[in-house]
Structure formats: C-alpha cells, structure tokens
Design a protein around this ligand. Sequence first.
Ligand code: GRF
Length: 227
Amino acid sequence: MKSIVILISGRGSNLEAILQAKKTMNLPVEIRAVIANRADAAGLSIAAAHHVPQRVIDHKNFASRDEFDDALADVIDEYQPDLIVLAGFMRVLGADFITRFSNRIVNIHPSLLPAFPGLHTHRQALATGVKIHGATVHIVTAELDSGPIICQAAVPVFADDTEPKLAARVLAQEHIIYPQAIAWLAADMALRDVARPQTHSQNVGHLGAPNVDDGTHEDFLRSPRIK
Ligand code: GRF
C-alpha cells in the first residue's frame, strides 16, 4: 500500500476528510504522519484523535526559508512517504524542496486553476463576477499553484453569495475530491510499480512477488462517491 504524509498549517478539515476516507471508505494509503509548521494548528488534535503521529516544524525557528525547507524535508524523509499531501499548508516551498520530492507533492487549491492562484480566492471570484468557482487538486511544481491538474470540482456562484458562503460550498467539494485524487494517485503509482521491470534485488526483497498494492484501492474506487 502506498504511504503519505500530510502537511498542515491550521484548521485541518481536509486532513479530517482524508482520515475519514481512510477509516470509513478504505482509502488505500498508509498515513504515516501529520506535520505542521505551527504548534497551534488545530489539525494536530484531529491527527491525535485518529492516532496518527504528529510533528511540528515551526518555521519561526529557522533563519531562512531554505533552512526551514531542509529541516522539513529531513523529517519527511524519516517517514519515507510515496506522496506528500499539502492540506492547507500555508508556506511556499522552495525549488530545491520541490525537486527533492519531484512529482510526489500534491496540493488542493480553492479555485478552478488557472483562475485565482494565490490567496483570497473566494474574494477574487466574487470580485471578478464569475458564475462558476471551485477547487483544484494538482501536482506541486516550482511555480505557485500551477502544476498538472489531477481533478477539479465546480460549484455555482449565486448573486447573494458572501465570501464565507462561497468558501463553505467550495470546501464541501474539497472534502470529496481530495481523498478521491489521493486514491487515484496511489493506484496509479501501484500500477507503475507493476509495469516497471523488477530488479533482482527487488524480487528477492519481495520474495519474488511484484511490488503491487494489496487491492484495497478497488474498494475505494467502487465506493458510491465515485462517479
Ligand atoms: C482549503 O481551502 C484548501 O483548499 C486551502 O487551504 C484551506 C485549508 O483548509 N489550501 P483546511 O485546513 O483543510 O480546513
């Protein structure tokens, strides 16, 4: 089964959606740790309630962004995750960090990218007058909020919307598409393992068995949430 670590900065509602999907819908990933860049991140207590190891790497303890990124990367390496899941992680990660974990970092952004990268996306959507808004799960690349898109969810924008009302409508969709996207990515990684020729040492290590997932992703992919 593929493994993930989840990075948070605050509330942790997407973290909770992923943990719930694991608990109730067989989301086929092992959640090895939750890492926060703030000791007061509310999501840490959600991780604790689900008995997931929690770590804090406080960015304020580092003199530079690069030093923080290096410390964060070293802690992530302790868990050897297949995928790094950013769930409301409010630090911009540097190019060296992204290269170190190339194509293995995924993020959810509260807009239909490429519209409204950056902060205050719901405010931007209301100010612009768009009639459709939403959320995007994408692979993280060095350019902010612009990596390859895995999936998106769209919601209507109503004439009497406020920022909080629109944010809540989008967030409800985030909680559906993020676990779904993680399931797809994990299944895709497992399939690529099967397709890749096995080396002698891998075969010995796996007693000759291919490095395949255990099939639990099929339960998740068949679940009623999946269109
Ligand atoms: C979400 O809207 C997510 O799209 C954005 O930050 C917010 C995090 O919320 N990246 P939560 O901490 O998951 O509740």
